[in-house]
Ligand binder design. Structure first.
Ligand code: KIV
Ligand code: ZN
Length: 396
């Protein structure tokens, strides 16, 4: 099976969004965990942005030796030089040069003609290649770039020495078929030159970042750029956990592998939340607190009989310690019986019915029933039973 490389940009695109900035020590801590997770490239920062970011990239490059470290640069001499400087001590440096290629960005933001853009790509990729063996070029706003021009951009970047061509959906505007079609057209034009990797980089403005990244894989892309917990500009980047787990769960359908150790996903997500102080929403795919929690009685009953009924992946596979059967107004008797058994109670049918009545009455008032509520209900109900008839004593 083909391998899809996972390019993690949590420390660059993720970090540049409001509330997620990290200092050098935090970036190094996070980078070590990303290495343990098994990503293929860590983009550590944008060195021209600040002296602090340059130092952070330098420190990550010094500390993390077994994963290629990337640094971002606009197609400008001062940016490229700052990135090269930051990457000096990296074991495997990757220079990531970008320039916008859509007519809108070139006219409004850059005030450059198409020819000037092609010239800047050519000269800055060449400058980078004089110092760094691996140069990636990103055509910013590729998703809204006229396809004929985008093909020329790719040709120029390859001829100048880029070995990775990243075609971002910078503003999260693309839909999966369109985004995949863009890569098919570029591949057709370039003719799949050996040693060149196409890369997807998607933003989530329409909630399609993961779907677009997966569509790109079907169109031949072999690198996906993504972030832990999907953090990133505006609505975020494609979330690493969603993309990687989708490729793993639907391996037969995609026919590709990644080097990510799935059981490190949850610890990595938690570490990022701890460092930034920002929790993921409970219903976030894979890593949200509800991702393996079941409250509805029918679902709980199914899960107790066989987890495959309502879970397409086990919590342990992605490093979540356990699933939870949440007791609330929708939950069922079977889940209560299992919860009570785990707490050390073996109620008979009458006791279970009474416990269930009290738990659901409580759940009608409160949003959730806590473990200590269940213990006190069970204690109360089962205390009435003659001591000899008790089969188990309550847990502490
Ligand atoms: O979204 C984008 O276009 C980017 C590039 C700089 C790669 O983040
Ligand atoms: Zn981006």
């Amino acid at each position: 099976m083909d391998a899809v490389r996972i390019f993690d940009t949590t420390l660059r695109d993720g970090e540049q969004s409001p509330g997620f900035s990290m200092n050098t020590a935090e970036k190094v801590r996070m980078a070590r965990q990303l290495a343990a997770l098994g990503v293929d490239v860590i983009e550590a920062g944008f060195p021209i942005a600040s002296q602090g970011d340059l130092e952070a990239v330098r420190k990550v490059a010094e500390e993390v030796r077994d994963v290629p470290i990337a640094a971002l640069a606009r197609a400008k001499k001062e940016d490229v030089r700052a990135a090269i400087e930051a990457l000096k001590s990296a074991a495997e440096p990757r220079l990531h040069v970008f320039l916008a290629t859509s007519d809108l960005h070139m006219r409004v933001k850059l005030n450059m003609t198409r020819e000037q853009v092609l010239e800047a790509i050519d000269s800055m990729v060449r400058l980078g290649r004089q110092h760094v063996a691996e140069v990636e070029f990103s055509a910013e706003d590729a998703g809204r770039t006229e396809i004929g021009f985008l093909c020329r951009v790719c040709r120029v970047a390859i001829d100048a020495g880029a070995s990775v061509l990243n075609l971002p959906d910078t503003v999260g505007y693309a839909v999966p078929e369109e985004y995949a079609e863009m890569f098919r057209r570029v591949r057709e034009y370039l003719g799949d030159p050996p040693g060149i990797t196409l890369s997807a980089h998607c933003h989530d403005d329409l909630g399609l970042a993961a779907a677009n990244s997966l569509a790109a894989v079907r169109a031949g892309v072999r690198q996906i750029e993504c972030t832990i917990n999907g953090i990133g500009e505006r609505a975020g980047n494609a979330s690493l956990e969603e993309v990687v787990v989708a490729l793993a769960v639907r391996k037969e359908s995609f026919g590709v592998t990644t080097g990510v150790h799935l059981n490190e996903i949850f610890p990595t997500s938690r570490l990022l939340s701890e460092i930034t102080g920002i929790q993921v929403v409970p219903n976030k795919a894979v890593v949200g607190s509800n991702a393996f929690a079941h409250e509805a009685g029918i679902h709980q009953d199914g899960i107790i009989k066989n987890p495959l009924t309502y879970e397409i992946i086990s919590p342990q596979t992605v490093g979540v310690p356990s699933r939870s059967l949440v007791l609330g107004k929708h939950s069922g008797r079977n889940a209560l019986r299992v919860t009570l058994r785990d707490l050390g109670y073996e109620p008979n049918d009458t006791e279970l019915a009474e416990c269930y009545r009290r738990v659901t009455a409580l759940a009608d008032q409160a949003k959730q029933v806590r473990t200590r509520d269940v213990v006190s209900i069970a204690h109360e109900v089962m205390r009435r039973r003659p001591a000899v008839a008790q089969t188990a004593s309550p847990a502490a």
